[in-house]
Design a binder for this molecule. Sequence first.
Ligand code: UGA
Length: 433
Amino acid sequence: MKITMIGSGYVGLVSGACFADFGHDVVCVDKDESKIAALKEGRIPIFEPGLDALVSSNAAVGRLSFTTDLAQAVADADAVFIAVGTPSRRGDGHADLSYVYAAAEEIAQALTKFTVIVDKSTVPVGTGDEVERIIRGANPDAEFAVVSNPEFLREGAAIDDFKRPDRVVIGGDDPRGLEVMREIYRPLVLGRSPIIEMSRRGAELTKYAGNAFLATKITFINEIADLCEKVGADVQEVARGIGLDNRIGSKFLHAGPGYGGSCFPKDTLALLKTSQDYEAPQRIVEAVVAVNDNRKRAMGRKVIQACGGDVRDKTIAVLGLTFKPNTDDMRDSPAIAIVQTLQDAGATVRAYDPEGVEQAQKVLTDVVYCDNPYIAMEGADALAIVTEWDAFRALDLSRVKSLLKEPIFVDLRNIYPRDIIEKAGFHYTAVGR
Ligand code: UGA
């Protein structure tokens, strides 16, 4: 199949490279000339494990190419995926659909034969209808079908998620459109990934409902963690105790400093906007958003408490800044609120992150960025692990102890057993334990 990806950002690039690896012919389009020039030279603008190798091997055999010429890329395609950004609109939290609609206008002008327009961007219910209306209006003679095909990729594990998905969701009712989609995803059928077809609106809502449910699961265990601290229980034991119930499942029950990233915060807000527009309140999701927002600064206060309640003129070593490991993404990272809370209370922050420093520097000023975890700890009064990068899982504890002024060890991701840290002579603070 000939596939065109409109938008060579995170989703477009990962999906395009994986489709090419399945054997399809893929062209990735972007308006950003410098991004396309870089991709042509094999430079990947984002950090995602394995993506550079996948892009270069498929580009080398000619199955994956990059262009700024949307019209030419669309004219030839069996399917055109819209994979542009849908950020939260400033002011009201609605998903900003201007990039999606602009892409639809441009695609409409370039269609030459029956083409499936696939919406992969995360878009509110009804966007597919609007895309169809735009294309029909701009090019009344065009033959096309609009299909929804939401993505369920986790940053840091995106290639595996794409190639071995729990499911693929395809929304639409045009038989020719569905036929093309089945052909595109046929390589996954061998791996027994379920491919489910439903209405277009159902597929659009599935994406938001999925992310909102996962955000709810995390927030639920975070509140149970707070209760564990009060009643003297261990949230990891409780999470295991409930997670082994198949109806609940053990994933996404890791208590921590709250969820962040480019998806959960934005998609929960957009779902709430949709729920208001349709007068179907989503009170649970409303509570999840509020609880998670409050949690981030509360985690900063937790570090302050671990330091005896006052961090004025103290120095805190912060390990991990990105919203989760294996990404350089700082969007809505809990680390932002945590570092700012510490700074507001008069502390100096020395920080280390394996990939996130460049992005962090754009949002967090007055931080001393360090080249490795141990340099960050030099002369600090306490250590706080904020993101669970593998590199922090086996710290040299005697070295840590010799570098810190006080043996205060705060583990906001619960990656260490309490007894090991305490045996090494630290005061240990975790989440929900
Ligand atoms: C999320 C979903 O997991 C993907 O399925 C979805 O496709 C994607 O959003 C999207 O909409 O594009 P992602 O944001 O990359 O993926 O990251 P997650 O691994 O889901 O983590 C999100 C946040 O939740 C992180 O801050 C993480 O630390 C936190 N989290 C996750 C917890 O605090 N506890 C957990 O048990 C799991």
